[in-house]
Design a protein around this ligand. Structure first.
Ligand code: AMP
Length: 224
């Protein structure tokens, strides 16, 4: 069996993080930890944390670190993340979160950080056409269309636009990405963990590039 791996996936909104995360988690047999999905699920159920998180999400703002770190600490203590590894999608989003993650993992260090590289023009186009399944969160877009309009191929759920895929919230999220998250590219580069990936092309092409990059990184740095 393929060895497990501990990964972070970075990239602008619309770069394909969610789509690639699902594919990679199937390949490496590891849990997918998507903070956005966790907060959207909590908001849908209406827990106090979810209600608080939703106001930030709908405006395209970042949720305060204390809430996010609480969720991540709890998730990384669960037994399934202690076995073969995990893939973090949407976390860390700033240097403070990355420092907290490093301290939290200690000797269980990350193996690699993927940076999905893509032009802003292309992500704006992708986000405008993005639809997600309201039941299982599968993502659809112009490059991956459902067989039946507005129906999820995987579970038959209804496809909807995310509440924060509005023009204003998208603009704000891209601005926050540049200000808060893009500095992580240098931060992880300095730790020899960064793998830049060309995120254009079909989902299959991008997955092949990522798996190739992880394999050669493992051969170069066997300690990871
Ligand atoms: P995503 O699904 O990753 O695009 O996340 C959707 C929204 O959830 C973001 O716009 C933020 O409001 C919130 N969120 C998700 N992850 C984080 C995080 N690590 N730090 C702060 N806010 C987050």
């Amino acid at each position: 069996m393929i060895p497990g791996v501990k990964l972070v996936i970075l990239g602008k909104q619309g770069a394909g993080k969610g789509t690639q995360a699902v594919r990679l988690c199937r390949h490496y047999v590891i849990p997918h930890i998507a903070t956005g999905d966790i907060f959207r699920a909590a908001a849908a159920v209406g827990t106090p944390m979810g209600v608080r998180a939703k106001s930030y999400m709908d405006a395209g703002e970042l949720i305060p670190d204390d809430i996010v770190l609480g969720v991540i600490h709890e998730r990384l203590e669960a037994p399934d993340t202690q076995e073969r590894g995990f893939l973090l999608d949407g976390f860390p989003r700033n240097t403070a979160q990355a420092e907290d993650l490093e301290a939290m993992l200690g000797p269980r260090h990350l193996d690699a950080v993927l940076d999905l590289e893509i032009d802003t023009e292309l992500v704006l186009h992708r986000l405008a056409s993005r639809r997600v399944c309201e039941v299982c969160s599968t993502i659809y877009g112009s490059e991956q269309q459902p067989e039946l309009a507005d129906v999820c191929d995987s579970c038959g759920g209804k496809l909807v636009q995310r509440d924060d895929d509005t023009e204003d919230a998208i603009r704000r999220r891209l601005q926050l990405y540049e200000e808060q998250t893009a500095p992580l590219i240098d931060w992880y580069g300095a730790r020899d963990l960064l793998l830049p990936i060309d995120a254009t092309g079909t989902p299959e092409e991008v997955t092949d590039r990522i798996i190739g990059a992880i394999d050669s990184h493992r051969q170069r740095s066997p300690r990871h």
